[in-house]
Design a protein around this ligand. Structure first.
Ligand SMILES: CC(C)(COP(=O)(O)OP(=O)(O)OC[C@H]1O[C@@H](n2cnc3c(N)ncnc32)[C@H](O)[C@@H]1OP(=O)(O)O)[C@@H](O)C(=O)NCCC(=O)NCCS
Length: 167
């Protein structure tokens, strides 16, 4: 059932600052402003991005950014939709907000005729690993060594890749 307190909105130039704050205060990686601007200007560089801001009672508390991975010969990632970041502010977790953001990505995956959603997760981000698995992602257990190039690492630089099949 849809929770009416939770709404998803498009990311515009006017609210992109909320997206940036949520990500940069939730994840251990500092993303540059350019990373966020891609969601409004992505079509200019030929990439297709999917992003939303999640509001709880009209307060921006969560966000997602994902990218369509085209079928490229020799590409690092298989074809599908790749979640770059997803985050919900700590005080607003366990209310179904992350699930709403993920459901949006699943709808975009289907409407672009893709069948897989992919995400990299640090091997010690147990919260996210458990959350993704609870929400239908499979982890084949293969560790990608030094996937993250952090300058001030708070978490391991090694990652798993998790995948969810979308029929
Ligand atoms: C991962 C994250 C986005 C989940 O957001 P959330 O809004 O708390 O998740 P939801 O409330 O929508 O959870 C959906 C379901 O997963 C369950 N769940 C929530 N957190 C969970 C956890 N840590 N482990 C297992 N299940 C979990 C919920 O109980 C709910 O289950 P239900 O469908 O049976 O009711 C949030 O914890 C977060 O922002 N983490 C920090 C950022 C991060 O690590 N992001 C991933 C890397 S980009």
């Amino acid at each position: 059932m849809t929770n009416k307190l939770i709404t998803l909105d498009t990311v515009y130039n006017s609210n992109i600052g909320s997206m940036e704050k949520i990500i940069n205060c939730t994840l251990p990686v500092r993303y540059p402003h350019k990373f966020f601007q891609e969601v409004t200007s992505g079509s200019k560089d030929g990439n297709v991005y999917f992003s939303k801001l999640a509001y709880f009672n009209d307060v921006a508390v969560g966000t997602v950014k994902a990218k369509l991975i085209h079928n490229q010969k020799g590409g690092v990632l298989p074809q599908g939709v790749y979640i770059e970041v997803i985050a919900v502010l700590e005080n607003y977790r366990q209310k179904g907000i992350g699930r709403e953001l993920l459901a949006y990505i699943e709808r975009e995956c289907k409407s672009h005729f893709q069948h897989e959603i992919l995400v990299h997760i640090s091997v010690d981000n147990n919260n996210a690993l458990q959350w993704y698995e609870k929400n239908g992602f499979q982890n084949d257990g293969i560790i990608l060594k030094n996937y993250y190039q952090y300058s001030n690492a708070q978490i391991s630089s090694d990652a798993y890749i998790l995948k969810k099949y979308i029929p």
